[in-house]
Write a protein that binds this ligand. Sequence first.
Ligand code: C2O
Ligand code: CU
Length: 468
Amino acid sequence: MLRASRRTVLGSAAGLIGSAALPRLARPRSGKVHELGLIAAERPTRLFGEDSPALPLWTYRPEGPPLVRLQRGDQLRATLVNKLREHTAIHWHGLRVPNAVDGVPYITQPPVQPGERFTYTFEATDTGTFFFHSHCNTVEQLGRGLFGILIVEGDSEWPFDADLVLALKDYRVGEDGAFLPFLTDEGASRAGSFGARRTVNGKERPDLAVPAGGDVRLRIMNLDSTRVMEVGLEGAEAAVVAIDGHALTPTPLRSWRLGPAMRLDVMMRAPAAGGEVRLVDYFAPAPVELARLRAAGDTLRRPDFVPWPLLPNRQAEPDPARGAHLRLTFTATAIAQDLVLPDGQVLRYADSLCLADRTFWAINQNSWPEDGHERLPPPLFELGLGRTQRLELVNATPTQHPIHLHGHTFKVLKGRKGTPVHWADTVLLGPKDRAEIAFVADNPGDWMLHCHIIEHQETGMMAYYRVA
Ligand code: C2O
Ligand code: CU
């Protein structure tokens, strides 16, 4: 009965399901507090089967990357304990948190040294599909597995028959089963160093069960440090319902390009019992099957597949006509550029702990400097609190760059060809392509802005902006 009424509601609203027509939710504070213990440590793990060598993963939990589910309005109190031999910190990617818990060493907090702990407390104000990861020596720490998944529920008016996370990540493991270098000059100066072992939820080509005939929500997450993927599903009807966790008018899924850190929520009608769906990456010389979803159980009887829109998050609507405009140009640097501060002091590029010792990339001629932690470079730009900012992102390189902003969710006014206007926290720039984004600067603080191909980030393609 409930199902029937859902169809009726959607039917009557057909044609006006734009974001403006979507219902708005009040923002309840649930009062619920989730305690989460995250112990960063090296944990040798036989990732590729019992007879594979143990890989020295760095993880937050003994059982592997944590999957945390909250309800909108819940508080998360996550305590990081650092049992690594180097410092670390946790960034909550895509979550609009207060600056003090954004997890960027030297910018928002002191790094958490070996043996120390740090507690991150914030309210989950946005629903959606998010993740968290280390933000120091990220190429190695993330490469070894220091990440977790954070789902904030409460954006669907109707229940799904299943809600499945598909976390895509490659591991840089060589023939001998050991880690390969996480950063190479060859990779960092081009498209990045790829991992050969491709996994979904920590397994190569897993077989995952979905309820036959059911309406299934898939949360497809590109958590790789390097690889741009073009994901698609074969064998089922499916629609994109959210990007980076933010609702979008349901759009039929053909294939979707996901740069590192980008997420896609898909609503799918599972086939009848015994049927299967293939998750495929088409961004490769030959399509690569990443996972299989097998329809299990008695086939559920559902009416025709009509994906329903998710409830949007609260966003201040940017007014691009009135906002400030700024162009950011992403370039390669043939030679590393030192940064000269207004007072004449020179910051040397490169860093051995937080960054690589080479610089290949720059934003508006600035490469993130070496001693950035001793003496911060100035912000790349400053925004007045409450103002609309329009950013034109120009990629002057032949390489793709997924550009991520901390602290704000932005509206992609112009992205890749064929992508609708949507909210996101990361936007993929194609080779020599440009994008245009806009947002209201309503979260005060110093916020990072960088490419999420981590080797690019760590070799110069990083900056920060200030909202005050
Ligand atoms: Cu997920 Cu600064 O990044
Ligand atoms: Cu890049």
